[in-house]
Design a binder for this molecule. Structure first.
Ligand code: GLY
Length: 575
C-alpha cells in the first residue's frame, strides 16, 4: 500500500511510504511529530461533533495530552460505532487541517473498484438500472476511512495509535445507549432497504434507550488498534470484506483494498474579507463552489446593500449566484487524477466578475442560458457527517466523512459489522447523454477503475493573520457548500452570534430543477415569505433534510463551539 503526497508542502510529507514498514514503530511509540513541541496559544481545546459519545472520546484524548488530530481520529472511529448511520470505517471522506500554521488536505474518498466500468449501472439497452448504485453490494466503493485516519494520525498525531482507538473499541464492545434519533433513522433505513440487504441482521436490536453492542466491530477495531490500517487493507478484515463482496457477486476484491491510496492534496485556498479560506479541492466540488459563492456575493455588494437576510430579494440574489456555481459544477468537476479540473480559473476574480455581470437583479435568469452541462438533476444523498476540532496549540481539523445515504448500501460485512457505503452513486451513471435541456454533460464524473466519485463535502477552515478563526462543515450532499456559505454570511456579513448564525433559516438552489428554491423542515419558507418568493418567479419545494453544521469560532484566544440544533450534536470546550 502506498501513500501519495500532492501538496505544496510535499517536501515535509512522508510520501510513498509503505504502511507495513511503518507499522511496528508507530504502533509502539508516539510519532516523531510529538517531539516537536508547540506552545499553547488558546485557553482551551474545543470540539463540535455529531454525538455526545464522540465528544466524550475527544475530551478523553485531550486529557491524555493529545492534539486536534488525535482527537479527530478518536472521534472518527467513535462515530463509526455510535453514529452508524453516517460515521464510518466503511466509507471515506476529506480532512482539512491547519497544523503549526500550515494548511493541509487529506483525501481518503472511496475509489471505484478495479473492475468498474463506465456502464456498470446500465442495462443492455443503456438505461440506468434504478437503485443499483444505491443499495446492495454493487453500490460499494473501496473504503478509505481507515487509511485516512491512519495517515493523518501517523503524520500529525501525538499519542499512540492504540490510544485513539480505545474509546471506539469500548463503545463497540461494552455498548452505548441508543438515541431516539438514531433508532428512528434505523427503522426508516430498514424500511428503505426492504429486506433486500442484510441490514436487519445487524441493526434490528438497535432500539431507543437500550444498550447496543457490536462485538464483530469491536474485534475489527481491536485488530486495527493492534496491527494498524494493514489489517483493514491486507489482513483479516480485508479477507472478510473480500469474501462478503464475492458472496454478494460484487466487484471489490482484496487487490482493490491492497491498492487503495489516501492522497495529500493541495487545498483550495482563497483570500476573502480579510480571511484566508482553506477548503476542499477536487474530487470535491465543495471548496470551489464555496469560494465562488463567497467571492461572487462580495462582488455583488451594491446589489446586496440594505437587503435583509433571508428576505425575498436576498433569496433571489443568492439563487442567481448558486445557479452559476452549479452550472460550473456540472461541467468541470471530477476526480483530478483523471480529469484536469480548472480550479484556478474557476475561482479567479476576473472570471467570477464576468459571471456576476450576468446576474439579473430583478428576476431569475433563464436556466437554459446559464447552464453549460447536465446540472445536478439527480437527487444526491445528504446524510454525511462532519466534526470540527481545535486544540489549545492552535491546530485545527475540519473533517467530513460519509457512507453516502444513512447506513450506506445497507450491507454489513458478515463477521466484521462494518456498514458499507453506497458512494458509487456519486458518479454519473450515464454521462454524455443530453439532459432535459438538450445539453450534453461532461465526462468529468464518469465511472472508471480507481477513480473517486465527485463529492460536495466541504470541510473548511478560515484563518486570519495566520491564526484559526473558524472551523466549519456539515452533511447535506449538494447542500453542503451552500449551507456553509450561508452560515459564513450570517457570521461575518450580518455579524450574528455563532449560535444564531448556525440556527438561522437556510435555503438552497442548484440550477436544476429550474428556478426551484428548496426549504428545510427546521425553518420552512412559508406564509408571506413564500408568496413573495413565488411572485419573483420561483417554485418552492420542501426537502426532508436540514443539515448538521458543526462549527468552532475563535475570536481572541478562547474557542466557541456550536452544534447545529437540527441534529443531536454536542460541543465541548476542554481547559
Ligand atoms: N456522498 C455525499 C458527498 O460526497 O458529497
Amino acid at each position: 500500500m502506498k501513500l501519495v503526497d500532492r501538496t505544496k508542502n510535499s517536501a515535509a510529507a512522508v510520501a510513498l511510504l509503505s504502511l507495513s514498514t511503518l507499522s511496528a514503530g508507530f504502533l509502539e511509540a508516539s510519532p516523531a511529530f510529538a517531539r516537536d513541541a508547540q506552545q499553547p496559544v488558546l485557553t482551551a481545546s474545543a470540539v463540535a461533533v455529531a454525538d455526545k459519545y464522540a465528544a466524550d472520546a475527544a475530551e478523553q484524548i485531550f486529557k491524555e495530552g493529545g492534539n486536534a488530530v488525535d482527537a479527530a481520529v478518536a472521534i472518527a472511529f467513535s462515530l463509526a460505532v455510535t453514529y452508524p448511520e453516517a460515521g464510518n470505517i466503511g466509507g471515506g471522506g476529506f480532512m482539512t487541517l491547519y497544523v503549526k500554521g500550515k494548511p493541509y488536505f487529506l483525501d481518503y474518498r472511496e475509489r471505484a473498484p478495479l473492475a468498474a466500468t463506465r456502464t456498470m449501472y446500465q442495462d443492455d439497452k443503456g438505461n440506468v438500472i434504478p437503485g443499483k448504485s444505491l443499495y446492495g453490494w454493487d453500490a460499494v466503493g473501496v473504503p478509505g476511512t481507515v487509511e485516512g485516519m491512519w495517515e493523518a494520525q501517523r503524520r500529525f498525531g501525538k499519542l499512540k495509535w492504540k490510544q485513539v482507538l480505545a474509546p471506539a473499541i469500548q463503545y463497540a464492545r461494552d455498548g452505548f445507549v441508543v438515541d431516539e434519533q438514531l433508532a428512528k433513522r434505523g427503522e426508516e433505513a430498514s424500511k428503505e432497504f426492504g429486506g433486500k440487504t442484510n441490514f436487519d441482521q445487524y441493526f434490528s436490536e438497535m432500539k431507543a434507550g437500550t444498550t447496543f453492542r457490536q462485538p464483530d466491530l469491536a474485534a475489527v477495531l481491536t485488530r486495527i488498534a493492534n496491527d494498524g490500517a494493514k489489517d483493514f487493507y491486507d489482513g483479516k478484515t480485508a479477507d472478510l470484506i473480500a469474501a462478503a463482496m464475492k458472496q454478494g457477486g460484487a466487484l471489490i476484491t482484496k487487490r482493490d483494498l491492497q491498492e487503495y491510496k489516501a492522497v495529500w492534496r493541495q487545498p483550495v485556498e482563497a483570500s476573502w474579507n480579510g480571511y484566508e479560506i482553506i477548503t476542499a479541492p477536487p474530487p470535491s466540488s465543495g471548496g470551489v463552489g464555496l469560494v465562488q459563492l463567497l467571492k461572487m456575493k462580495a462582488m455583488l455588494a451594491p446589489q446586496f446593500k440594505d437587503v435583509p437576510l433571508n428576505s425575498p430579494q436576498y433569496i433571489h440574489l443568492i439563487a442567481e449566484i448558486e445557479k452559476r456555481v452549479f452550472a460550473d459544477r456540472a461541467q468541470y468537476l471530477g476526480d483530478p487524477d483523471f480529469y484536469k479540473v480548472p480550479v484556478a480559473q474557476l475561482t479567479d476574480d476576473a472570471y467570477l466578475a464576468k459571471r456576476v455581470a450576468e446576474v439579473d437583479p430583478d428576476k431569475p435568469s433563464d436556466t437554459k442560458s446559464v447552464q453549460p452541462g447536465l446540472g445536478t438533476s439527480m437527487p444526491e444523498k445528504a446524510e454525511t457527517t462532519h466534526f470540527s476540532v481545535v486544540d489549545k496549540w492552535g491546530n485545527a481539523v475540519s473533517n467530513t466523512y460519509t457512507i453516502n445515504g444513512y447506513f450506506g448500501s445497507g450491507e454489513v460485512v458478515p463477521g466484521a459489522g462494518i456498514v458499507l457505503n453506497d458512494e458509487m452513486d456519486d458518479f454519473s451513471s450515464k454521462p454524455g447523454v443530453p439532459n432535459m435541456f438538450g445539453v450534453v454533460g461532461s465526462d468529468a464524473n464518469a465511472i472508471a477503475p480507481k477513480k473517486r466519485p465527485l463529492s460536495s463535502m466541504t470541510p473548511t477552515i478560515l484563518t486570519k493573520d495566520g491564526k484559526v478563526a473558524l472551523v466549519i462543515g456539515t452533511p447535506g450532499g449538494s447542500r453542503i457548500f451552500t449551507s456553509i456559505f450561508q452560515v459564513i454570511n450570517n457570521i461575518y456579513d450580518f455579524k450574528m452570534p455563532l449560535k444564531d448564525a448556525v440556527a438561522a433559516m437556510r435555503f438552497h438552489h442548484q440550477l436544476l430543477p429550474p428556478n426551484t428554491i428548496f426549504w428545510e423542515p427546521y425553518q420552512p419558507i412559508n406564509g408571506d415569505l413564500a408568496k413573495q418568493v413565488e411572485a419573483k418567479g420561483y417554485v418552492l419545494k420542501g426537502q426532508d433534510f436540514s443539515g448538521d453544521i458543526q462549527a468552532i469560532r475563535i475570536d481572541g484566544d478562547t474557542p466557541e463551539a456550536v452544534a447545529d440544533p437540527r441534529g443531536r450534536g454536542v460541543t465541548r470546550v476542554i481547559q
